[in-house]
Design a binder for this molecule. Sequence first.
Ligand code: AMO
Length: 432
Amino acid sequence: MNMQRWNRKYATDITADDDGERVSVAGWVHEKRDLGGVFFLIVRDISGFAQITLPKKKVEPELFEQVKRVPRESVVVVEGEVKSEKKAPNGYEIIPQQIDVLSEASPVLPLDTTGKVGAELDTRLDARFMDLRTERTKHIFIIRSLTLRTIREFFDERGLIEINTPKIVSAATEGGTALFPISYFEREAFLNQSPQLYKQILMASGFDRVYEIAPIFRAEEHDTTRHLNEATSVDVELAFVSDKEVMALLEELIAFVYSRVVDYPGLAKLNVKLEVPAIPFRRITYDEAIELLSGEGEQIEWGEDLGTSAERTLGKIMGELYFITDWPCAIKPFYAQPAAEGICNAFDLMHPRLELSSGSQRVHSYELLKRQIESKGLGADSFEFYLDAFRYGMPPHAGWGLGVERLLMSMLEVENIRDVVLFPRDRRRLTP
Ligand code: AMO
């Protein structure tokens, strides 16, 4: 097959100004419409749609028969002449000279790609390759890519260094959520829950501003619309700063991402009204949070974590992005720095619907860290490689982890977290 011969253009790169030009568009047969004297073939590529017009009297009968027969969603290359046409999408149509069917689709499709017939999420995830051909899903993943690019740009401008830490690890970091064990030769190993230990180790290296965007694995058994077993986390760690500075960095980042996504033209296809949030976000302490909840009839014992229902109630009261600060140490990990009696310098960033991020100022004293690991009932032995980094000069530091999917689903008003992951991993789903 000689692919060179085609002067291939994306559907939206062709305009009415190309009138008279010979072009090729390559893509999928989106729709076929027979209007009697004229037949329309709508070809879709990643950019949009091209109208191929076949006036029955003018085109070769064989070409016409071929087009009539080709099943929807088949892959075709259409070569022909551009004609300016006000009524067509993008203001032009193509009068074809040749249509090559490169791959014929089976006639019964798992999904309707025009979006006229809706499908259940499970059906869409089972046929994700085809679901991605629909406008809404396509734009979600272009926005995901834009979001990640924007995050990297933001960090790059501020001099953070991007790091990659191991995903095969020997110890847990986030108490409460379970680990996925894997067989690692003759030893026990796990998939990482968070790059926490490694990003902290780097603080002892002189790399004083780092970030990582990578998968985290959590063996959570429950099946919710906000939890995945494999998620993507944006992790940040900065030295010579406190929790206050990293909170400011986090809210600036969120506002920056929103400002970019607001400008993305495809956002219109998702029917969301997005406004760039004003910074700084409101801050309430854990004590204030449980007081607010008590006012709504929801009693939380001091030292108890806030569950889904509490998060929802608080979200309704706050109505916008906000931080919860000054958490009881008992419900935060060993690496969070204690401040006053029983309280540590930890925070959660909340969207009215769900938690987006958590972080803290870290313990940087070797002795205190070791004591805190032990007091959480964890064996200091398995943390030796981590503790070592605290013995030879460890600056004060702070950081956070932000769930990429949580950010996307809240920003785009998507109900189920699985909708913003190409191939989600959950309790039931290991393929595709
Ligand atoms: P935490 O456990 O709160 O903190 O995780 C940080 C953020 O990651 C996202 N997240 C998840 N998203 C989808 N499915 C899951 N199962 C899931 N688990 C977590 C959430 C959450 O807010 N080491 C600390 C961060 C730090 O202190 O730097 C940590 O992992 O958006």
